[in-house]
Design a binder for this molecule. Structure first.
Ligand SMILES: O=P(O)(O)OC[C@H]1O[C@H](O)[C@H](O)[C@@H](O)[C@@H]1O
Length: 561
């Protein structure tokens, strides 16, 4: 494997296109009026819609035009994005501070594609899928080996990248999951996470997956010990059957007493690992066909990212838009609004992917960056967010771009119900699906259109206080509008489409990272807190506050009671 790439990409702010973008009048948010742009170009929606495998993106409600897009694409060329992406796929050292490639793309490349580590990857994948099929067959038959009860509950104990991917994907694909298996996730070191779950389980029906890339993570090992103690105290036997590990550290898993291990490799970043053995809970839920479809969808997006011309390349365009919003429009955060309850945990997964990857303050050469990097990414499934924080999105003083995800075909699983019940509910659910989509579209419309005080003055408002002047009420009821949003649209939420969506996000993060000149595959910022925690842990027992800062000492004293 070659070491560091000698052709370090040029940092975005040192490129001519960056200077040209900085000089554009369109930079000033209000100088670019979305409604004027639509009036000037009746085909604007078409001109700014991009099709990618499984995904359609309408970027026309972003405050950009053909000139901005042209310069952003020039920026991508000038920083060497195509070469950087090719180097990542080929297994060059994409993560120089840890001296590793970043080869999550190889995990979903089919056999025969010539991707790096093909034999190792497919050997583990085949073994893991065979294991998953075995557990599923037991559940299906209602009986385990030797007449024992089958596994019915699977508990994944992992945190961060060893938790968020499977924890997001499993509910997203609920209607594709095995009905006789229940999947559970616990990550927090807080006993309040795992204990209530254990209280509902029986050892003989439970499978624990200890998921940790390093097998050294404090939280996961603590939960693994808690689970093992519960298992033995509740009369469980045969740890080998009931505990498996997904890790790169097979030796540590063996020392814990685990004999069934599905391995992966240091070149799979934690937040990019759901495609590896860390995806075991997904494989158990979906089975071999479903897991392979998830990989195939991701691979289709990989091919698009690698091969589509930049101007039609969705992860490239979205990553460039992220740069435009962050560095030229001053947007410090981005809201993710998936209008599908199954994607409720997508914001949490994306937070780790984007903020842990791009939340960096120095470039690859260690130089402090003179511009902003990762935005705060946050969100909630629609329509719930509308009734909570959308007020701020519409009338607050910050411009927060919103990314709506709309899914055309629902999959509620109503057809799994008794025929009479399904028949009674189907028309109501169809109407709810229309309500859901109308809400998502309406919010995007409202952000763009806004409402003037004059328009508000013309409205009858029964809830307004009668002693308040109508023009004062109208000032409160004014919406500035011209707020940017993106519409991502999927035909349906199945394993293939979800794989494509998630892979798109990975390539998009790589795009902005490349423009910013940062290494998106390390995470040194998580280390300091870990080591300070290790130092504080014995002090919580002993009460020794010698040398601590005043605040920490006082809190430690108080917490010890
Ligand atoms: O999978 P593990 O080795 O247990 O690591 C779990 C998580 O913890 C670390 O602190 C990192 O911030 C994450 O990137 C990682 O996913």
């Amino acid at each position: 494997m070659p070491t560091n790439d000698p052709t370090l990409p040029l940092r975005g702010d040192r490129c001519p296109a960056w200077a040209a973008l900085s000089a554009l009048p369109q930079r000033q948010g209000e100088a670019f009026q979305l409604q004027d742009a639509f009036a000037a170009d009746p085909q604007r929606a078409r001109h700014f819609t991009v099709e990618a495998p499984g995904l359609r993106a309408d970027l026309s409600k972003q405050r950009w035009d053909a000139e901005v897009r042209r310069l952003l694409l020039a920026l991508a060329e000038q920083v060497g994005l195509p070469a950087a992406r090719a180097a990542q796929f080929a297994g060059r050292t994409a993560n120089p501070t840890e001296g590793r490639p970043a080869l999550h793309t190889a995990l979903r490349a089919p056999r025969g594609s010539g991707a790096p580590f093909e034999d190792e990857i497919h050997a583990v994948l085949d073994r893991m899928l065979a294991y998953a099929e075995g557990v599923r067959a037991e559940a299906e038959a209602g009986v385990g080996p030797g007449g024992r009860p089958p596994i019915r509950h699977i508990v994944n104990l992992g945190i961060g990248g060893s938790d968020l991917g499977p924890q997001m994907v499993v509910p997203a694909l609920r209607t594709h999951s095995h009905p006789a298996l229940s999947l559970h996730f616990a990550g927090n070191v807080d006993g309040h996470d795992l204990l209530p779950l254990l209280a509902r389980l029986k050892p003989e029906e439970t499978l624990f997956i200890i998921a940790s890339k390093t097998f050294t993570t404090q939280e996961t090992l603590a939960n693994a010990r808690l689970a093992r103690a519960w298992f033995l105290a509740e009369g469980g036997s045969d740890i080998a059957r009931h505990f498996v590990a997904t890790t790169t550290n097979v030796k540590a898993a063996a020392e814990f007493g685990i004999t069934t291990t599905f391995g992966f490799w240091d070149w799979v970043g934690g937040r990019y690992s759901l495609w590896s053995a860390i995806g075991l809970p997904i494989a158990l839920a979906l089975g071999e066909t479903g897991f392979r479809a998830l990989l195939a969808g991701a691979h289709a997006m990989d091919r698009h990212a690698a091969e589509a011309p930049l101007a039609e390349n969705l992860p490239t365009l979205l990553g460039l838009l992220d740069v435009w919003l962050r560095n030229f429009q001053g947007c410090a955060s981005r809201n993710l609004a998936p209008y599908h309850q199954g994607l409720a945990r997508l914001p949490a997964w994306l937070q780790q992917l984007e903020m842990e990857s791009n939340g960096k303050g120095v470039d690859r050469a260690g130089e402090p960056l003179p511009f902003a990097t990762s935005p705060v990414v946050w969100g909630e499934a629609g329509t719930n967010g509308q009734h909570a924080f959308f007020q701020m999105l519409h009338q607050g003083t910050d411009t927060v771009p919103v990314e709506f995800i709309l899914v055309r075909e629902p999959a509620t699983g109503v057809e799994r119900m008794k025929p009479a019940t399904a028949a009674a509910l189907a028309p109501l659910l169809a109407e709810q699906q229309r309500m859901l989509l109308a809400n998502g579209l309406a919010q995007a419309q409202a952000l763009m259109l806004g409402k003037t005080a004059e328009q508000a003055l013309g409205e009858t408002v029964p809830t307004a206080a009668p002693d308040q002047a109508p023009d004062l009420i109208a000032r409160h009821r004014r919406f500035p509008g011209n707020r940017p949003s993106t519409l991502l649209m999927l035909e349906r939420l199945d394993p293939w489409h979800l794989g494509a969506l998630l892979s798109m996000y990975e390539h998009r993060v790589f795009t902005s990272a490349t423009v910013w000149g940062i290494n998106p595959f390390d995470q040194w910022g998580v280390e300091l807190g870990k080591s300070l925690c290790n130092a504080l842990l014995p002090r919580l027992g002993s009460g020794d506050t010698t040398g601590l800062d005043g605040s920490t000492a006082a809190a430690l004293d108080w917490l010890r009671g």
